[in-house]
Write a protein that binds this ligand. Structure first.
Ligand SMILES: [Fe+2]
Length: 213
């Protein structure tokens, strides 16, 4: 396993600041809004699992195997939220299985980026929140491929983009952010076959609200 994960992640600002590629610097820069990324050591996965990550398509059984291997427990997610400097949107974390009522999608969800599929619904700034008020805590594990982008706004600095690329078949990425803040998690431009495990914790049901910007 590589030592310093300064490869495969990049923070670009829409204006002003220069690009940052050092993970520790990216995390300290984005800490004020509770954004944080960690490398995932993919070499720790079993010999049975690793070839699945490299495949462009998966059977339903393969999807379940990959998903179940990488799913994090609520305790683990709460630890990541704390490291990111947030408090959970719902006290105690809320539900581990939640419904995007706007799109009829249940999380957790393993996405496999396919050629020719339109993922543009993710490409506008939105907040995910419930009618009762609380928003979501969102977690993405990028397990193969790359070109996944997360966009948010940093107060005083404006819009930024963090781009994630897996490093070979050895290192993936975990990222968490506050789904109650405007964000984009874009698959448009991701390599075909990219696999992203998304966990959305919080209210049992929530809607996607587009916001300007
Ligand atoms: Fe979202």
């Amino acid at each position: 396993m590589q030592e310093l994960p300064n490869e495969g992640i990049r923070l670009d600002f829409a204006q002003g600041r220069t690009t940052i590629t050092d993970l520790a610097e990216i995390n300290s820069t984005l800490h004020p809004i509770g954004f944080r990324a960690w490398p995932i050591d993919l070499t720790a996965a079993s010999e049975a699992l690793r070839p699945l990550l490299a495949r462009p398509t998966l059977t339903d059984a393969d999807v379940a195997m990959v998903r179940d291997h990488f799913l994090l427990s609520q305790e683990q997610l709460l630890t990541l939220i704390a490291e990111a400097g947030r408090t959970p949107q719902v006290p105690g974390g809320g539900e581990m299985t939640t419904l995007d009522a706007t799109n009829g999608v249940t999380y957790p969800q393993l996405y496999l980026v396919e050629a020719g599929v339109d993922y543009s619904r993710f490409d506008r700034f939105h907040v995910n929140s419930s009618a009762e008020g609380p928003g979501t805590d969102e977690f993405m594990q990028i397990l193969s491929g790359g070109g996944i982008r997360v966009l948010q706004h940093l107060p005083g600095e404006g819009e930024f983009t963090v781009t994630f690329d897996c490093v070979g078949d050895e290192r993936g990425w975990m990222v968490t952010y506050d789904g109650g803040r405007p964000h984009i998690g874009s698959f448009t431009g991701a390599e075909t076959g990219t696999k992203i495990l998304v966990q959305v914790m919080g209210p049992p049901s929530w809607e996607m609200h587009y916001v300007d910007g």
